[in-house]
Each structure stands twice: as C-alpha cells, then as structure tokens.
Ligand binder design. Structure first.
Ligand SMILES: Nc1ncnc2c1ncn2[C@@H]1O[C@H](COP(=O)(O)OP(=O)(O)O)[C@@H](O)[C@H]1O
Ligand SMILES: [Mg+2]
Length: 282
C-alpha cells in the first residue's frame, strides 16, 4: 500500500511582481490531499485560493507570478521541476479544473461536442470511439437529450448547462483530482444546489479527489470531509469540516461561518469582518 498522499503542498509561496509593488498572494501554504479525498479551501475574495489552485499545475502567468518558495508534489513528482511535456500531461489529464464562469472557459466558436472530443483526444489517445465517449459524459452530468445538445454552441446553453458541460469536459479526461474553483458562484441558488449535488454524486461514482474552492462556507458542509481556511495568503485553520464548523478556532473562521446565509434570507456580504482586528492576529 502506498501511504504517500496524492498531492503534497509544502510551505508554498507565490507572489506577483508588479511594476509598482509586489503582491504576496500565497504566503507559506501547506496541505495534502489523499486519493479520493474531498478538501475544501474557504476564504473571502482575494485570500489566495485561486492562486493556490492554479499553482498546482503552474497555470499562473510567469511573470508576473513568481514561485518564491516551497514545493508541490503530485504522486511524488516535483511539479515545480516538471518540463513542458510533463506539465501538459498533468494539466487536465491528472488535475482538471472547473471555474466560476463556464462561459469564459468554453470556446464560443466550437460546439460542445467538439470541445469535449478535443479534450478526450488530447488526454486519452487510446479511446477509439470518441463520439460515444462524449455522449457518455454528457449523459453522466445529466444533460437531457445529450445526443442533440452536443451539437449546440455554448451560448445556446443556460449557465447551469454550461457548467455541466465543463464538468463533463473535466471528467472525460479521467483526472485524479478535480479542482472546482467557485463552481457555483455565478449561478442562481437553485442551480447551485443542483450542481453541488451533481458533483457529490460524480465523486461518489468515479472516486476522484476533489478540491472545492469557495468563499461560501454554506456549501462546504455535507460535501467536504476536511476544510482549510485561507486568510491573506495563509491557511489560518484546518480540520474536519464538522469540527471547524462547530468549534472554529480562528476569529476569521467564525466571521466566515456567521456569513453562511440562513435559509430563505439573502446572502449577506462579507463586509462585517473587522480586518484591522484580524490582521493583528494573522
Ligand atoms: N495575475 C495576477 N496579477 C497580479 N495579482 C494577482 C494575479 N492573480 C491574483 N493576484 C492577486 O493575488 C491575490 C490572491 O488572489 P486570488 O488567489 O485570486 O484570490 P481568491 O481566489 O481567494 O479570491 C489577490 O491580491 C490578487 O489581486
Ligand atoms: Mg478565486
């Protein structure tokens, strides 16, 4: 048995060297993800969640981004030392992403079918019947009438359908890790719940690890076994989701939990957080 985690991030540091200043986006982040595990990264906007996520496969623009310290290991391999060919295999094939805005990730000039087919050809050259495989994944993500809809262009689909297509495209490459970066933030509340249910059932069915990134603690409980709380580029708290929710140790975590929308109320903004007080402790 291999006890080594699938993904190991150690003391990762990433900054952006801008013309007039340096933004320290990730300031010493360490975490692990085991095979098939679901981990949530929670933190308000700007806390460094997406930079951490993109760093996993070096999808950050270098420059201005700089990896200034630490290490990332995937299946024991040093990601920061990988050559271009190894990175291409890693991206999509082993670690796949879905993002907040499916409309910006889908190419408007190609049909749904051709985009998923392209991803399959790139990452699974052994698949002979690509068309059948596309249909299978569209069906798996609950696209009704998949045979017809796959000839649609992205703009012909609703936001929720576009996100299902993105999920199909990500999973069709059979990744070991799915990184879902604010996957429901751009969607209506009812559609949000449908997409989270879909992700939960796909996870159950296909067994990949999931890193769920969100500013909304509300969608974490019941989905992720473990949660990391990020604040200003650092992980300020981590633990089993139930424990963190019932007994948060850090004031920032408590503030985030207080922002979980109550049933039927409108989602409150995070502006109630007292940053001056928190920064003293961070
Ligand atoms: N391409 C970039 N150039 C300059 N600064 C960036 C870039 N991407 C992210 N940042 C900065 O890094 C910090 C963390 O951003 P990000 O990881 O996107 O936050 P989050 O996903 O938690 O909302 C922010 O201060 C953001 O402005
Ligand atoms: Mg983000």
């Amino acid at each position: 048995m291999n006890a080594r985690p699938l993904l190991e991030v150690r003391d990762l540091r990433v900054d952006f060297a801008l013309e007039d200043r340096t933004v320290e986006a990730v300031r010493g982040v360490s975490f692990e993800v085991a095979e098939g595990e679901t981990v949530a990264i929670v933190g308000e906007s700007g806390s460094g969640k997406s930079v951490t996520a993109l760093a996993l496969t070096r999808l950050l623009p270098v420059p201005p981004a700089r990896f200034t310290g630490g290490s990332i290991r995937f299946q024991g391999e040093d990601v920061l030392a990988m050559n271009a060919a190894a990175l291409r295999r890693l991206r999509g094939g082993k670690i796949a992403y879905i993002f907040q805005e499916p409309s910006t990730s889908l190419n408007p000039v190609f049909t749904v079918h051709s985009q998923i087919a392209e991803a399959i050809r790139l990452h699974r050259p052994d698949v002979t019947d690509v068309g059948a495989e596309v249909a299978r994944w569209l069906d798996a993500v609950g696209i009704v009438d998949a045979a017809k809809r796959m000839h649609d262009y992205p703009h012909q689909l609703s936001g929720g359908m576009q996100q299902r297509v993105m999920i199909a495209m990500a999973l069709a490459c059979q990744p070991d890790v799915l990184v879902a970066d604010e996957p429901t933030t751009a969607l209506d509340v009812t559609i949000q719940a449908q997409i989270m249910d879909l992700l939960a059932s796909l996870k159950e069915r296909f067994g990949m690890a999931v890193i769920l990134i969100t500013h909304n603690f509300g969608i974490v409980s019941g989905f992720a076994g473990r949660v990391l709380v990020m604040y200003r580029g650092k992980i300020v708290e981590q633990g089993p989701t139930g424990e963190v929710l019932s007994c948060p140790q850090h004031a920032y975590t408590r503030a985030l939990i207080e922002c979980i929308p109550k049933l039927g109320s409108k989602e409150p903004r995070l502006k109630t957080i007292d940053h001056a007080a928190l920064a003293e402790g961070a």
